[in-house]
Every structure is written in structure tokens, then in C-alpha cells.
Design a protein around this ligand. Sequence first.
Ligand code: NDP
Length: 276
Amino acid sequence: MDEVQLNNQITMPRLGFGVYKVPNEDVQEAVSTALKNGYRALDTAQFYQNEAGVGEAIKQANIPREELFITTKVWNSHHGYDRTMEAFEESLEKLQLDYVDLYLIHWPVPEQDKFVETYRALEDLYKSGKVKAIGVSNFHIHHLERLQKETDITPVVNQVECHPYLQQQELKDYCKRNEIFLESWSPLFRGGAVLQEQTIQDIAQKHQKTAAQVILRWHVQENSLIIPKSVTPSRIKENINIFDFKLSSAEMDTIQKLDQNIRVGKDPDEMNVTSL
Ligand code: NDP
């Protein structure tokens, strides 16, 4: 499995397993299947309400802790220094862990204007050793610029919606300049229309791969991190099997042409504390 080195020198698997919308009662089985199939990074969040099931799957798997890379996130309702510290302790307890590998601010929620204070809590958690790396999610360039001005530690990742219909080129360029990895959420456009695109299907056929594998491979060659979600065992296997082929630069160009600024989620500037 491909690994990347983050800007604080720790390593992180290129591909992880996302568990958004997987109910707590189902998540243990899905995560167990993922771990059996070689996934070592898991992406959960306070908001997903499935950290307990993820923690149980981790415990049952009996994999040395240092081989795993666990990400969780503080939710919009818990911004602010003290609330974030509380949220973190709750997540740790639910996950049954002593530390998490990566802790993220889930959304900037500009109308609350507390993400800088929230990030300071993340910095202190990092300094205490309870998290190995800190980062953000759904941050536009202007949110990142504010952190750069007002805080000390550069986030290691910015986890944002990214797929062939929303390629985030400007943000990718900014992240690259600042040694921040872009991590793609909904990398498969949530299983939607992009998988049916004829151009993707043609590329897939040429490589004897599926449309999903081609799209995930595109992300890898864009130097993004990916966290595809599936509760279907065959797809869980399929989605990790993307490190044995390479798209040509012509194929990468073809996929680039699908960019059309379509989102499955909210624009981060419009997310407020009461909306999902
Ligand atoms: P994905 O793009 O990963 O798509 C998941 C959907 O695609 C599911 O319906 C799944 O179906 C289907 N699918 C998975 N693999 C395949 C395949 N090989 N072929 C066909 N269909 C497939 O969407 P998500 O929104 O779940 O994003 C991934 C992860 O990103 C989340 O789980 C979460 O961890 C994170 N995320 C973070 C957000 C943030 O704000 N930071 C927001 C949203 C997501 P099935 O499960 O039925 O197999």
C-alpha cells in the first residue's frame, strides 16, 4: 500500500476507509472487512455517531496500533477551545484508543467564527501527544489563509469534496505550495453518475479495471489522499486494488475535462451550525 509523508514527517496510507452514513450497528462488520482486505486507515467523525463501532472493530482486529491510522473530526456544534477538548476526549473514549493519528475540524462554519480558536485546541492536543497530526476539512483557501496568519502549525491535510466533477484545481495548487495534502471526500461522487461516464468506462475497459478503480487511481495520480466508503465486501476489495496500474497522461487529461463544479455536499461558506 502506498504511503505518504505528511508535513510533520509522520506517514499516512494514501487510501483509507470512509464510514460516513454507516450506522453504528453495521460499521463494525464493514470496518472488519476493510481491515481484512488490507486497509489500515479509517476515517470517522464525531458527527457520524459510529466511533464506538469503529473502536470495537479496531479492538477485535488485533492489529498492532502503530500499523493503523485513525482519523476523527470535531463537529460544528463543538467549536471553541473547551468544547473541542471535550469532544476529543469523548471520541477517544468511544474509539477505545489512547491517541488518534489525525484530528480534523470538520467544517469551518464561518458564521460562528470559532475555527481559529478550535484549531488552537487541536494544536494543544498535538503538543500533548494525544494526536499525531492535525488538519482541517472543508476549508477554502481563504479559511486556510486565516489559519496561516493566526495559528502556528500548518495543517497536514485539508479533507474536501473532490471527484472528477469537482476537481478543486486552485485549492490543490494552494495545498501543494503549502505542503498540505488534499484528501478527497466522496471520491466516487457518492457512487453517482460519474461512474457511468462513457470516457471513464472506456478507460476502465482498456485497463481491465472498473470505473470506480479508474477514478480512485486518478485521485492517486493527482497526489490526493482518498477515503472511499462501501459496505459491500466486493467493492471494499475493489477499491483498494488500484496500485497495480497507471493512467497515461492522455487519460488523466480526458478525466480533467469532466470538471464541472458540481457538489454532492454543501459549499463550506454556506454550512452553518444548524445545517447538516
Ligand atoms: P464515496 O464517494 O466514497 O461513495 C460511497 C458510495 O459509493 C456508496 O453509496 C457506495 O455504495 C458506493 N460505492 C463504493 N464503492 C463503489 C464501487 N467500487 N462501485 C460502485 N459504487 C461504489 O462517498 P462518501 O460520501 O461516503 O465519501 C467517502 C468518505 O469521505 C466518507 O465515508 C467519509 O469518511 C468522508 N466524508 C467526509 C466529509 C467531510 O465533510 N469531511 C463529507 C462526506 C464524506 P455501498 O456502500 O452500498 O457499497
